[in-house]
Design a protein around this ligand. Structure first.
Ligand code: FES
Length: 314
């Protein structure tokens, strides 16, 4: 409890600091003894605030770079360190910069004006060790502000806010070969019924929203079909291929997104059979080249990605 009290007094002293005594008010005798200024402790606090701000800025940088190995660990380390440094700075302020002493008094009357004035005086006088209060408040505000910014940074993952045009860009063009995880061309003969394959565009980035495909072979005479792997509901990966087990409710195979169970019909242009998705899964036309490998015969039949940002108006 004493520590908590110390921290609270430290925060109040930093925020409101020592105010000049009002001219109208006669100078009252000190309640808290005047402390000795401690510039070394102040330097430590300034250094800790600066390091905390730096760690929070590093979190934002790691997030923006998005290509570090073990990125989650780096993000956690940066933010954790920032909080830890901020906590240590508060501890140093409470222990070394706020004048602290314990006085026993009888329990005061609530709202007693004299008592209020004494508390104000205690807060004012507890800050007597600070010689650069404004600088320390500025450094503390910088550290807390940067940390707040770091806390807001992950909101950028909610989707492109400014450049929604990137949902219109896909690497699929007529003639582009489909390759598997290992970058090997996918032969039409290797695609079996009742199985589900993920394919990527040869020679293009797999990180693009418009890159991954789901490829399935439908019962004859339909053959092999491919669709964007990005669910048109909220953008999860379509990663289940439902095998019919009960003809009354599951008459034929279907592609399923496990997030909210949107179900798409690969035999009917990716039409929505069930679930919250509001539009079909965009299909990619295919052809088989002279070597028996699958290639795109053109672009997607519709806009890929989740249905927001006016996608239906385009
Ligand atoms: S994201 Fe696919 S069903 Fe919701």
């Amino acid at each position: 409890m004493t520590r908590v009290k110390d921290f609270l007094i430290a925060a109040v002293v930093l925020a409101f600091g020592r105010r000049r005594p009002s001219r109208a008010r006669p100078a009252a005798p000190r309640v808290v003894s005047a402390g000795t200024p401690d510039r070394r402790a102040e330097n430590v606090v300034l250094g800790l605030f600066a390091a905390a701000a730096l760690c929070a800025a590093a979190f934002i940088a790691f997030y923006a770079l998005d290509r570090l190995g073990s990125q989650t660990q780096w993000l956690g380390l940066a933010r954790g360190l920032s909080f830890a440094l901020l906590a240590v700075a508060c501890m140093v302020i409470a222990r070394r910069l706020v004048v602290a002493e314990e006085n026993a008094h009888p329990y005061p009357e609530p709202e007693h004006p004299d008592e209020q004035q004494t508390i104000e005086q205690i807060v004012e006088e507890s800050g007597s060790r600070f010689t650069r209060r404004k600088l320390i408040v500025l450094a503390g505000s910088g550290a807390v502000g940067t940390l707040g910014l770091a806390a807001l940074t992950p909101a950028a993952s909610l989707g492109p806010a400014l450049d929604t045009e990137q949902l219109d860009r896909t690497p699929w063009r007529r003639g582009r070969r489909l390759v598997d995880d290992a970058g090997q061309p996918i032969a039409a003969a290797d695609i079996e019924e009742e199985s589900f394959y993920t394919a990527y565009p040869e020679g293009a980035s797999r990180e693009l929203l418009g890159s991954p495909l789901v490829v399935v072979r439908l019962p004859k005479p339909r053959g092999i079909v491919a669709f964007s792997k990005i669910c048109t509901h909220a953008g999860c990966a379509v990663s289940l291929y439902r095998k019919p087990t009960f003809a009354q409710t599951e008459p034929r195979p279907a592609l399923v997104c496990p997030c909210h169970y949107s179900t798409f019909d690969p035999a009917d242009g990716g039409k929505v059979l069930f679930g919250p998705a509001g539009r079909p899964l965009p299909q990619l036309p295919l052809f088989v080249d002279g070597d028996g490998n699958l290639r795109a015969a053109g672009g997607f039949t519709g806009r890929i990605g989740p249905s927001w940002s006016g996608v239906r108006q385009r």
